[in-house]
Design a protein. Structure first.
Length: 79
């Protein structure tokens, strides 16, 4: 299979990192909903969503949303 990178043709597929970013965004959106609506421990949510540790999950969550998952659960996200 030949990979055609953006900018090399009119109908190019996105680069793999964009696909990974899309998957990560979907995982984090699911995490946001789960943190808001369930009392499931963050360690369990992180594992279910494919994160290797709570720290990795929390850092990714904070980078995307601007607040920690624990803050959202306590109602201090500012949203």
């Amino acid at each position: 299979m030949r990979i055609i990178w953006p900018g090399t043709c009119a109908n190019c597929t996105p680069r793999p990192r964009y696909w990974i970013s899309s998957v990560t965004d979907r995982r984090l959106e699911a995490a946001h909903a789960a943190v808001q609506s369930t009392g499931t421990p963050l360690k369990v949510l992180a594992a279910r969503l494919g994160y290797s540790s709570v720290s990795h999950f929390s850092n990714a969550f904070t980078k995307k949303f601007g607040y920690r998952p624990g803050s959202l659960r306590r109602g201090k996200s500012g949203r």
